[in-house]
Design a protein around this ligand. Sequence first.
Ligand SMILES: NC(=O)c1ccc[n+]([C@@H]2O[C@H](COP(=O)([O-])OP(=O)(O)OC[C@H]3O[C@@H](n4cnc5c(N)ncnc54)[C@H](OP(=O)(O)O)[C@@H]3O)[C@@H](O)[C@H]2O)c1
Length: 231
Amino acid sequence: MPERPYTILSCSISLDGYLGGATRERLVLSNQADLERVDEVRADCDAILVGAATVRSDNPRLVVRCKRLREQRRARGLSESPIKVTVTEHARLDACNNFFAVGDSEKLVYCASPAVREARRRLSPVATVVDGGRRMEVGRLTEDLYDRGVRRLMVEGGGCVHTQFLTSGTVDELHLVLAPFFVGSSRARRFVGDGAFPWDAGHRAHLAETRQIGDVVFLRYGLSSRFEATA
Ligand SMILES: NC(=O)c1ccc[n+]([C@@H]2O[C@H](COP(=O)([O-])OP(=O)(O)OC[C@H]3O[C@@H](n4cnc5c(N)ncnc54)[C@H](OP(=O)(O)O)[C@@H]3O)[C@@H](O)[C@H]2O)c1
């Protein structure tokens, strides 16, 4: 059977299940203590993946922030931050985005075949563009990451990417942080879109941990037989 990385899907949502606000402005759902928790999870992973829309809208840096954690990675012979990975169909990505411009780690762009030439034209100096085939599937993508040495993958949004990872059954662990407020507009992006998820009323996910972190709640679910309950 093909191998794939142990995969953690991590995100924060509002009480009404949104990933952000209704406007283009970035909405902070987490808090400082929780960001530090996320940093620890990041530092323990080989790669972080986000969708191209998140790269464009949030312009995330996706690096390990804490100096001590970066030094620990260095001592283990790793880059200071995990490899950054994104997926795109149309290659509307800018080499100046923080995703590409910040940090010493490798950057991988999985691009649908029709736009590969355009992606390489835009991004060749700053990233490795991988031809993902006509319709990119999560299973194939994660197998390719495994072949590149990624054993532990963190998926950090957005909703379109969450939906594909969760419906394909390739997530081993879900980290969900609940912020203490409502967004209240269906123009905002939900945690996931429509889809056939392996967990429904008849197949309940395994809730492994709940933790209050200041004013947010951290929920940890085990979603596969590989789930590392003690991690
Ligand atoms: N609260 C949180 O923790 C959190 C975390 C991350 C993001 N967010 C929010 O999530 C929102 C963005 O989410 P989103 O659902 O709109 O977008 P997304 O999941 O970030 O990215 C979607 C894009 O990724 C590319 N893509 C996805 N699947 C693909 C596939 N199978 N093959 C090829 N390309 C694929 C496409 O890029 P192209 O359009 O380039 O073709 C698609 O438009 C933002 O508002 C952001 O603030 C929140």
